[in-house]
Design a protein around this ligand. Structure first.
Ligand code: NAD
Ligand code: MG
Length: 389
């Protein structure tokens, strides 16, 4: 008889977001394999409470402290522990109430909880790419020291990870990240200059949180993913290539030293990489729709237009320069996207703001964690001061 594995206790950090809610869909469908023991949200207290009542976790954390009383009252008739604030989020990440972190917080805010989880020996399913963009060297080094797996959830990196299963002895020649091109594929600056928030939020193939949707529209997302790939798979910058593939069926590829290329394919659905990361090395059966090769349709590929989508060029520059440059790029981008989402700056202004900030913050070749935090703060302050946020 097949041995049943113990239920894996998942901590979903960022449970109310696009990735977080889909992770809960996976858990709901596979209760024999997973339980949700930590749920966290920044501000959506109502959804957090609803999730807690359904999944009965050990702990919930609400980021916004003013919402603590409301959450506490709503869960008063349960055994669920309720905490609030940034410090609690970081502390809970180290607690022995869960086995695997699903790192689904957006942005720099995910860095410290993820580091704490690794330090405490937790496996990490990593959606929060900014963690690796900011401090990939420190995060990966700590994971090696603590012998914990970092399993990518980002679809491109999950694809590469899946292509690498069984290839431990073989060197990667390069990885090829596919990009959908976002909602403005083929557009030029004279169009982009007038683009507004609501249009930029409409992604053709994926439904995602607001920040990554804007990053996909500017191609910054692909730039962040190049840096993420470098750290996850221990690559040199010139081993990371991007190709635009508008249908999002090939999720990424690995080319080996014999010229062989492996691709991982499927319909675009984030639940697949989420469940792959959570169940690795097992695959969980499901009845999601399958890609059908017999249906008419083409898979096409083209070069990214980095002259129009200059964020990708800036991120490539950061990838090659290394040090604190990716951290500065990320911080400036977070401010730029925040301002664009509030209609404070235009679509193309985001790139100018990031470029000016990258030119402003002094280079640090091998930053400590504290220096990464300093570079992040300096970049945020400078970018915010330029646009008078
Ligand atoms: P989202 O905005 O939908 O959700 C973000 C989650 O993080 C929410 O639960 C929110 O409460 C929490 N959060 C936000 N700010 C926080 C803060 N300051 N402190 C603590 N918690 C905070 O975002 P998402 O689309 O689910 O993306 C999450 C991460 O996954 C991002 O890093 C994104 O790049 C990555 N990712 C997302 C997708 C996708 O399809 N959505 C795909 C690949 C990678
Ligand atoms: Mg991706």
């Amino acid at each position: 008889m097949a041995k049943t594995l113990p239920v894996k206790r998942i901590g979903i950090f960022g449970s109310t977001g696009s990735i977080g809610t889909q992770a809960l869909d996976v858990i709901r469908a596979n209760k024999h394999m997973f339980s949700a023991e930590v749920l966290t949200a920044q501000s959506n207290d109502e959804l957090l409470v609803k999730q807690a009542l359904e999944f009965n976790p050990n702990i919930v954390v609400i980021g916004e402290e003013k919402k603590y009383n409301k959450v506490k009252a709503a869960l008063a008739n349960t055994d669920i522990k309720v905490f609030c604030g940034e410090k609690a989020l970081e502390d809970v990440a180290s607690m022995d109430v869960y086995d695997m972190m699903l790192a689904a917080i957006v942005g720099f805010a995910g860095l410290r909880p993820t580091l704490n989880a690794i330090n405490a020996g937790k496996a990490v399913g990593l959606a929060n790419k900014e963690t690796l963009v900011v401090a990939g060297d420190i995060v990966m080094q700590l994971a090696v020291e603590k012998r914990v797996p970092i399993i990518p959830v980002d679809s491109e990196h999950s694809a590469i990870f899946q292509c690498l299963v069984g290839e431990t002895l073989n060197r990667i020649e390069k990885v090829i990240l596919t990009a959908s091109g976002g909602p403005f594929l083929g557009k030029k600056p004279n169009f982009l200059v007038n683009v507004k928030r609501d249009h930029a939020l409409q992604h053709p193939n994926w439904s995602m949180g607001a920040k990554i949707s804007i990053d996909s529209a500017t191609l910054m997302n692909k730039g962040l993913e190049m840096i993420e790939a470098k750290w996850l798979f221990n690559l040199e910058p010139d081993q990371v290539q991007v190709v635009v593939h508008p249908q999002s069926i090939i999720h990424s590829m690995v080319q080996f030293e014999d010229g062989s290329i492996k691709a991982q394919m499927g319909l675009p659905d984030m639940k697949l990489p989420i469940q792959y990361a959570m169940a690795f090395p097992q695959r969980i059966p499901n009845n999601f729709p399958r890609y059908d090769f017999k249906k008419p349709g083409q898979l096409t590929f083209e070069e990214p237009d980095t002259k129009t989508f200059r964020n990708l060029a800036l991120a490539t520059d950061a990838l090659y320069k290394g040090g604190n440059v990716p951290c500065v790029l990320n911080a400036a981008n977070e401010i730029a996207v925040f301002a664009f989402l509030r209609n404070r700056i235009g679509f193309l202004d985001m790139t100018d703001l990031i470029e000016r900030t990258m030119n402003q913050v002094p280079f640090v070749a091998k930053p400590t964690l504290e220096e990464y935090f300093e570079s992040d703060a300096e970049a945020r302050n400078f970018a915010a001061s330029i646009i008078k946020l």
